[in-house]
Design a protein around this ligand. Structure first.
Ligand code: ATP
Ligand code: MG
Length: 470
C-alpha cells in the first residue's frame, strides 16, 4: 500500500514538475531569480570586503591616535632617563564594550624597552596597520616613530599599540549587515518589479490562448493581430493563415458532399422511375427494355460510388503511405489486357509501348486506379476507329507514363479545370461523374510526381505523368 502511495505521489510530483518546466512564465521567472541569486551572492562578498576594509581603517586610525598620545607623553627626565606616564585616554579609546585588550610598548632607538609589554611583535612599516598575534590572540597593531627632545641627537622612540579584534569584528559585522540589507532590499524590489513586468508582458499571450481556446467549433474568423505585442504578431498571422486554409478546406468538403449527393440523386431517381415502369409494364418486350435501362442506371450509380470511394482513399493522408516497389509496365500490361475486349468492341486500336521494367515507389492499388482512369477516359472519349497508346519509359531518375489518343482532346482553356472534382466538359455525351482526373491528380500528388495535359501528335489528348523512379 505504502509503495503504491509513494508511486502515485511521485507520479503527481513529476507531472507538476513537468507542467512547471513547460510554463514559459515559470521558466522566465526561474532565469530572473537565478540572476538575482547570483547578484545577491556577489553582493554578499563585495559588501563583506568593503566592511572589512572600513573596519580596518577605523581601527588603524584609533591605534595611530593612541600611539601618538603615548609618544607625546614620552620625555627625558632630569636624570637623563627616558620616562613615560601613559595617559589613560590613550587606552580608553579602545573601550568599546567588546572586552578588547590593548597592548603597548615604547622602545628607544637603541632597543631598550621604556615601558609596556615585552616581546610584542613589531609592524614592518611605520604608521600602517598590520595583523599579528600576541599572547595567543589575533591583534591589529600600529607602530609610530617619534622624536624625543633630550635623547642623544634628539633620537626617536618607537611606540607600538596593538588591540585584540573583537570590536573590529563587531564593527565589520554591523557595517556589512546594514550595507547588505540595503542591497538586498534593492535586489528584492528589482525582482518584484520583474515579476510584475513578466506577468504584464505575458498577459497578451494568455489572452491569445483564451481567445483561441474559447472559440466555438465553427468559428474560423481571423484573430486580431493587435491583441499581442509586435514580436508575437507573426504567430497570429500564421494562425490566421492556417484558419483560412482550414476554412477553404471545409468549404471544399461541403461542396464535394453536396455535389456527390446531387450526382447520386439523379440516377437513383431514374432507377426508381425505371423500376416502377418495369413493374407496371405488361408487355414483356417493353419490360425488358425498362429493365435494361434500369441496369444501365444501376451501373452508373455503382461506378459513381466506386469513384467516390477511390477518391477518398487517394486523398492525401487518407491511407498510411505505402512504398511498394511497383513495375509500371507490368501494371499497364494487365490493365490494357483487361480493356482489350472493350477496345475491340469499339473498334479502337489499343497499344502499349513499354520499356521493361520501370519501377516506381508507391501504393500499387492507387497507381493502378490512376492508370485505369486514364485508359478508361482515352477509350471512352475517342471515337470508334481511333487509336489509344500507352507508353512507359524511364529517363534518368524519372519514370514517364503517357496515355495518348486521337480523340477530340481537351481545349487548352479547360486543361486546368478538368482535374477539379465533378468537372466535366460541356457537351460530353459519355456518362461519367467528373472524378477520374481528380483521382489521377491525388494519386500523382501523393506519389510525389507531376501530371501534364497537352495535344497529342494525332490531335487528341496526351496525358504525361512523371514519377520518381525507384
Ligand atoms: N482522353 C480524353 N479525351 C477527351 N476528353 C477527355 C479525355 N479525358 C477526359 N476528358 C474530359 O475531361 C472530363 C473530366 O474527365 P474525368 O475522367 O475527370 O471525368 P469523367 O470521365 O467525366 O467521369 P469519371 O471518370 O469520373 O467517370 C471529361 O468529362 C471529359 O470531357
Ligand atoms: Mg473519366
Amino acid at each position: 500500500m505504502r509503495t503504491e502511495d509513494t508511486a502515485i505521489r511521485r507520479g503527481k510530483m513529476s507531472r507538476v514538475f513537468h507542467r512547471l518546466r513547460e510554463s514559459l512564465q515559470i521558466q522566465l521567472l526561474a532565469w530572473v531569480l537565478l540572476t538575482l541569486f547570483g547578484a545577491i551572492c556577489i553582493n554578499l562578498y563585495l559588501s563583506f570586503r568593503s566592511a572589512d576594509i572600513t573596519a580596518d581603517l577605523v581601527t588603524d586610525h584609533t591605534l595611530l591616535a593612541s600611539a601618538r598620545v603615548i609618544a607625546e607623553a614620552v620625555h627625558v627626565d632630569a636624570g637623563g632617563t627616558v620616562a613615560v606616564d601613559i595617559p589613560p585616554a590613550a587606552l580608553e579609546m579602545f573601550d568599546t564594550g567588546y572586552g578588547d585588550r590593548v597592548f603597548y610598548q615604547v622602545v628607544t632607538a637603541w632597543g631598550s624597552l621604556v615601558t609596556g609589554f615585552p616581546g610584542m611583535p613589531q609592524p614592518k612599516i611605520e604608521q600602517t596597520g598590520e595583523d599579528g598575534n600576541f599572547r595567543g590572540d589575533p591583534v591589529r597593531m600600529v607602530m609610530l616613530n617619534h622624536p624625543v627632545v633630550g635623547l642623544p641627537n634628539d633620537g626617536d622612540i618607537s611606540v607600538t599599540v596593538a588591540v585584540t579584534r573583537n570590536g573590529q569584528h563587531a564593527m565589520r559585522r554591523s557595517l556589512w549587515l546594514s550595507d547588505f540589507t540595503k542591497q538586498l532590499v534593492l535586489v528584492l524590489l528589482a525582482g518584484l518589479v520583474t515579476i510584475i513586468g513578466l506577468q504584464r508582458g505575458l498577459a497578451p499571450v494568455l489572452r491569445l490562448r483564451d481567445a483561441v481556446r474559447d472559440r466555438g467549433r465553427d468559428r474560423l474568423d481571423p484573430l486580431r493581430p493587435d491583441m499581442v505585442q509586435s514580436e508575437l504578431r507573426p504567430l497570429v498571422h500564421a494562425l490566421n493563415d492556417h484558419m483560412e486554409r482550414v476554412q477553404n478546406q471545409m468549404a471544399a468538403q461541403r461542396r464535394f458532399v453536396s455535389n456527390a449527393a446531387h450526382q447520386l440523386r439523379t440516377p437513383l431517381a431514374l432507377i426508381s422511375t425505371q423500376a416502377s415502369v418495369a413493374a407496371r409494364e405488361a408487355d414483356s418486350g417493353r419490360r425488358d427494355e425498362a429493365l435494361q435501362a434500369l441496369r444501365g442506371s444501376t451501373r452508373q450509380v455503382t461506378r459513381l460510388a466506386s469513384q467516390l470511394l477511390t477518391l477518398s482513399r487517394a486523398e492525401h493522408g487518407a491511407r498510411r503511405p505505402r512504398n511498394d516497389r511497383i513495375d509500371l509496365s507490368a501494371i499497364a500490361r494487365q490493365i490494357l489486357e483487361s480493356h482489350a475486349e472493350e477496345a475491340l468492341r469499339r473498334n479502337l486500336d489499343l497499344g502499349l509501348e513499354a520499356e521493361e521494367p520501370v519501377f516506381v515507389e508507391g501504393d500499387g492499388t492507387m497507381l493502378r486506379e490512376m492508370l485505369v482512369n486514364l485508359v478508361d477516359n482515352a477509350l471512352r472519349y475517342t471515337q470508334s476507329g481511333g487509336t489509344v497508346t500507352a507508353s512507359i519509359s524511364k529517363q534518368d531518375d524519372v519514370a514517364i507514363l503517357a496515355v495518348e489518343d486521337n480523340g477530340p482532346g481537351i481545349p487548352e482553356a479547360e486543361r486546368g479545370q478538368v482535374f477539379e472534382r465533378f468537372y466535366r466538359i460541356m457537351g460530353t455525351e459519355q456518362e461519367g461523374s467528373g472524378l477520374g482526373l481528380a483521382i489521377v491528380r491525388e494519386v500523382v500528388d501523393s506519389a510525389g510526381g507531376s501530371v501534364e495535359l497537352d495535344e497529342a501528335a494525332g490531335g487528341g489528348l496526351r496525358v504525361t505523368i512523371r514519377l520518381p523512379a525507384a
